[in-house]
Each structure stands twice: as structure tokens, then as C-alpha cells.
Design a protein around this ligand. Structure first.
Ligand code: SF4
Ligand code: SF4
Length: 350
């Protein structure tokens, strides 16, 4: 394993554009609008992770590949300046390079979530850009990660491709889902490792208890999440780590703050249409993104309203909430600006 201190920086343009976008939408009187378009151009994957709901929920349409124009059209319909590409494993899509290159050309900020196994071949067709960041899935050090993705050897490949991507000049982050069996010391070691290699940051979130996941016991309750993240984020365990999530969301994970879910800010487009209401839940799929912003819809969803929301603390619902709340709080806004994290409206990953 080589070590490098190369570290791409978060583009300042992202923070500036996102702040301007929020101000313009607020000025137009919009109370619900998207910050991040979640694009799932396929649901097929080359892994079968223990906590993944997607590969099970979309079993009947796993072979469906979203046409390039449809993917671009969905991003434009949403209008959010940030696009998070997930799935399924995006690098399996035969035209993923065209989707990414077109979005980058149009200056969307693209975060492409991947397990890393096939990333090398996509990098050959997608040049580095400040508008593009690979987000590589890592749930722990070798033993824990390979257990989480249910295949030996994946950790080594993921770390090797992260190093290669950094050497080739790409921006790279990691994405970690925290489960009941996650080991805090093991996670801390992994965060230090990837920070030392030079990733831009590590995104973390507790897993959502997808009904389609085979083992419901692996998911944390809200209270368990609070104590796990308190331990993970305390000064000793987080030393040397570089988290990509904003500090207000990290405080929320520790149970120091409460927010109302704002998952309408991360609309999710799949091969079956827009998930309604949100990234974790699809009570139906709809044709128009506008349906996801109805006031009446959000009277039914969120903790305390729908039992399936009780343990949800995902980025898509709550990191965006920290940003919308901060707009009305100069102190919180200053915290976001100071941390350089106001740019990321709740990006999540596969
Ligand atoms: S979590 Fe991601 S990498 Fe794992 S099976 Fe699901 S889509 Fe594939
Ligand atoms: S809390 Fe929000 S993001 Fe989570 S499942 Fe409920 S509606 Fe979706």
C-alpha cells in the first residue's frame, strides 16, 4: 500500500453556488425544494451487502438500465445543483461515463457512489474534474468491511482504487454505514487510514432499517445510534479522522440536536420513477418530481408521524434539515461556513 498526502479540496464554488441557489429559492417563496438529486440509473450490483435494501426491493427490474437522456432529464427536472449517483452499483451501467461526463459538462456537482470494484475502468473514460467526486463505500477495516459486503477481498480493492484515483487527480470521499455490530475502534482506524491516504472526507450515517434487508437485527435504534455516534465522535476516537458531514449533523447523530425530516430536499429518481416519499421509503413511484414537495405529503412522514421513520437518521432526511434550519440561524450558518461544510446538502450513498 502506498501512502500519499495528495488531498483535493472541496471546491469553494460549490458552497457559493449552493448558498445562492438556496437564497434564490427562498426569495421566490418556495418552502420545499431539492438540494441534491439522488440518481439511481440502475439497481443491479456486483455485491450483496447485508444491509442493502435496494438489490432486494428492485429484484424484478435489476436488469433495467436507465437511458442517458432520461437520467439527464431527471436531474434537470429536479434542478438541484448537486447530484448523487448511486443504485445499485453505478459503474456497472454501460453508459455511466456518458451520464457523468454530461452532468460535469453542465457544471452539476456530481458525487458518484461506488463499491470500487469496477471504478478503474470507468476512470479511463471520465476525466478528473472539480465537479466530480468518487465516493467509495467502506464500512470498516478489512475484516469488518468484507463481512459487511459479504465478500472477501473487497476492502483491499477499495483502498487500492482510492489510492489510484487520488494519484490520477480525482476528488475522493468515503461513505460508511454504521450498524449495530460496527466496532468503534475499527471504524476509527479506518477513518484515520483513509484520511492519511488523502481522501477529502468520510461520510457517515446509521443504516436505515429497510424492510427488504434480510436481517433486521443489524440496524441501530435511534437511542443506540446516539450512543454509538457519541463514542465514535468523541475526541479520542475521532482523532485523525476527517468527516465530510457538517458538524450540526454530527451533533444530531450524537443526540445533541433534533430536527424535522426534510427528505423532500433529496428526491430520488430510479428506473421506476421518483421514489415517493423519500430515499429510504417508496410507497409508490411517480412521474413528476413536483409531487414530492406537497405540504400534505410531509404531514404524513417523519419521526412521530410514520412508524417506519422512528429510527431513521439518514443524511437525506436530516443533514439537509441542518442546512435549512441554519438559514434562519446566523449562529448555525456561521458554524457551517466555518467548517466549510455548507455545501453538502445531505448527500448519501448506496
Ligand atoms: S449497498 Fe451498495 S454495494 Fe452493497 S449491495 Fe447495495 S448497492 Fe451494492
Ligand atoms: S424520516 Fe424522512 S428520510 Fe427517513 S424514512 Fe422517514 S420520511 Fe424518509
Amino acid at each position: 500500500m502506498t501512502t500519499t498526502t495528495k488531498r483535493a479540496k472541496r471546491p469553494m464554488e460549490l458552497s457559493v453556488r449552493l448558498a445562492g441557489y438556496i437564497i434564490r429559492n427562498k426569495a421566490r417563496g418556495r418552502s420545499r425544494f431539492p438540494l441534491v438529486t439522488m440518481l439511481e440509473p440502475l439497481e443491479m450490483c456486483n455485491l450483496a451487502c447485508i444491509g442493502c435494501g435496494r438489490i432486494r426491493e428492485y429484484k424484478p427490474v435489476l436488469d433495467k438500465m436507465m437511458p442517458v437522456d432520461e437520467a439527464i432529464g431527471a436531474v434537470k427536472e429536479s434542478g438541484a445543483p448537486i447530484v448523487s449517483i448511486a443504485g445499485g452499483e453505478p459503474t456497472i451501467h454501460p453508459r455511466i461515463h456518458e451520464i457523468i461526463n454530461r452532468l460535469v459538462e453542465e457544471k452539476y456537482f456530481v458525487y458518484c457512489c461506488t463499491n470500487g470494484l469496477l471504478l478503474e475502468r470507468v476512470m479511463d473514460k471520465v476525466p478528473p474534474s472539480k465537479y466530480l467526486c468518487w465516493v467509495v463505500h467502506l464500512d470498516g477495516m478489512e475484516e469488518k468491511h468484507d463481512e459487511s459486503v459479504a465478500r472477501a477481498g473487497v476492502f483491499k480493492k477499495a483502498v487500492a482504487v482510492i489510492e489510484q484515483a487520488l494519484d490520477r487527480g480525482y476528488r475522493v470521499c468515503t461513505n460508511t454505514t454504521v450498524f449495530r455490530g460496527s466496532d468503534v475502534e475499527d471504524l476509527s482506524e479506518m477513518f484515520r487510514l483513509v484520511s492519511g491516504i488523502g481522501v477529502e472526507g468520510s461520510m457517515i450515517s446509521p443504516g436505515y432499517d429497510f424492510v427488504d434487508a434480510p436481517d433486521q437485527e443489524i440496524f441501530l435504534t435511534r437511542q443506540e445510534s446516539h450512543s454509538k455516534f457519541r463514542e465514535l465522535l468523541d475526541s479520542e476516537n475521532s482523532e485523525g479522522a476527517r468527516f465530510y458531514n457538517n458538524p450540526l449533523y454530527l451533533n444530531f447523530l450524537k443526540g445533541d440536536r433534533e430536527y424535522q425530516c426534510t427528505a423532500w430536499s433529496n428526491p430520488t429518481y430510479t428506473v421506476m420513477g421518483w421514489r415517493k416519499p423519500c430515499y429510504p421509503l417508496a410507497d409508490e413511484h411517480v412521474e413528476r418530481v413536483a409531487e414530492l414537495f406537497d405540504k400534505e405529503l410531509w404531514e404524513k412522514y417523519g419521526p412521530g408521524k410514520d412508524p417506519r421513520c422512528a429510527n431513521c437518521m439518514m443524511h437525506c432526511g436530516f443533514e439537509s434539515a441542518t442546512i435549512f434550519n441554519a438559514v434562519g440561524s446566523p449562529r448555525d450558518w456561521a458554524t457551517l461556513i466555518k467548517s466549510g461544510a455548507a455545501h453538502k446538502g445531505g448527500i448519501t450513498a448506496a
